[in-house]
Write a protein that binds this ligand. Structure first.
Ligand code: PMP
Length: 361
């Protein structure tokens, strides 16, 4: 078999590993922060009808500017946003890639706060952007002082703020985001992939967009919206900042099927989001129970919990997998991450993890 070393691959990609969360068919999959509740059947039927109608026109390219979808996403986001302030792509990963293609690239750097979403580094390497990871404070928090100091020290072209942060779950204060946006020379991206799981009343970075043309706020339909398989992510920002992304996207990047399906899901947004409160409740249950068992769960504003105090994370991961429960090893010694599932899935996880508790109840 040919090895990668024998191929004329770009030098800067040699030795890198692709994104690789294990994909396994197990009864309880709590490893990639999906919404584990299936989408409601009546919504599915409406989506099917819309996709079926789109199929009849697949001889033609789709609307390259996905105008209706932009309008619908603007309406969903509220905050007085208009279609021209919205961008979308095949998952927020692709949205972030567009940003790095347009605002990063060779000779430029992006800054994040480690540990953070592993795709940031991969997207930086794929686009030839330098990747700098600044350290977080205790408990994986990022204070305004820490964030602004890192921005001043590294003067990045792109800042990637993950709020709440994956894999730690840590929320990021709006004051900190505002201070970074005001201190940075480059574009500041707030990745709100998990925003809908934040405590009700938490202000979004969308409230900071006015008057800040270099601030971009990305969201996804993959998490709270229970639409991961459809691959739809989106972004809000200044119309000119958004327009720049048209220079790097592939023509017709959002298929007619994707646009039709997303419009169908958005037409039923309250039903699609109906499980968010329940999931937040399961997340609280996980945190409380892990604490009681003597583990160390971190503050989470997302649909998952990172916890420390695990003696042998790999052995625990494997032992849970043997019981049909897939969680996530994220490479932080002594830590594991679990997604809040349905009540039954969460119970299965909590019963299994109790066997490895530092303090047996
Ligand atoms: N941002 C964060 C913080 C994520 O955790 C994820 C998914 N794991 C994404 C973006 C990308 O999600 P998608 O491409 O499915 O929108």
């Amino acid at each position: 078999m040919t090895s990668l070393d024998e191929l004329p691959i770009r030098d800067d990609l040699r030795g890198k590993s692709p994104y690789g969360a294990p994909q396994q068919t197990v009864p309880v999959a709590l490893n990639v922060n999906e919404n584990t509740h299936p989408i409601p059947e009546d919504v599915a039927h409406d989506i099917i009808a819309r996709v079926a109608a789109a199929i009849l026109h697949l001889n033609r390219y789709p609307d390259r500017e996905f105008t209706e979808l932009r309008r619908s996403l603007a309406e969903y986001l509220g905050h007085g946003l208009e279609a021209a302030q919205i961008w979308a792509a095949n998952g927020s990963n692709e949205v972030l890639q567009h940003i790095l293609q347009a605002y990063g690239g060779p000779g430029r750097v992006a800054l994040g706060f480690s540990p953070t979403y592993s795709m940031y580094g991969l997207l930086a390497s794929g686009t030839g952007t330098g990747w700098i990871m600044a350290a977080r404070d205790d408990e994986f928090e990022v204070s305004t002082e820490t964030a602004v100091r890192a921005v001043q020290e590294h003067d990045p072209d792109v800042v990637l703020l993950c709020a709440p942060n994956n894999p730690t779950g840590t929320p990021l204060a709006l004051d900190t985001i505002r201070a970074v946006a005001d201190a940075a020379r480059g574009v500041v991206v707030v990745d709100e992939a998990y925003f809908e799981f934040a405590e009700p009343g938490t202000p979004s970075a969308l409230t900071l967009l006015e008057g800040r043309p270099r601030l971009l706020v990305s969201r996804t339909m993959s998490k709270a919206f229970a639409f991961a398989g459809a691959r739809v992510g989106y972004l809000a920002g200044d119309p000119a900042a958004i327009d720049a992304l048209r220079l790097v996207r592939l023509p017709y990047h959002l298929s007619a099927l994707t646009q039709a399906a997303a419009l169908g899901a958005l037409a039923h947004s309250s039903e699609m989001l109906a499980m968010v409160d329940e999931i937040r409740g399961q997340r609280e249950r996980i945190s409380a129970e892990l604490s009681r068992l003597g583990f160390h769960p971190y503050r989470s504003g997302s649909n998952f919990v990172l916890f420390g105090g695990v003696d042998e994370p790999h052995a625990v991961f494997e032992a849970l997998l043997e019981r049909g429960i897939l969680i996530r090893e994220i490479g932080i010694p002594g830590h594991l991450r679990v997604t809040a599932g349905t009540e039954a899935e969460t119970s299965a996880f909590l019963e299994a993890i109790a066997l490895f508790a530092p303090e047996r109840p």
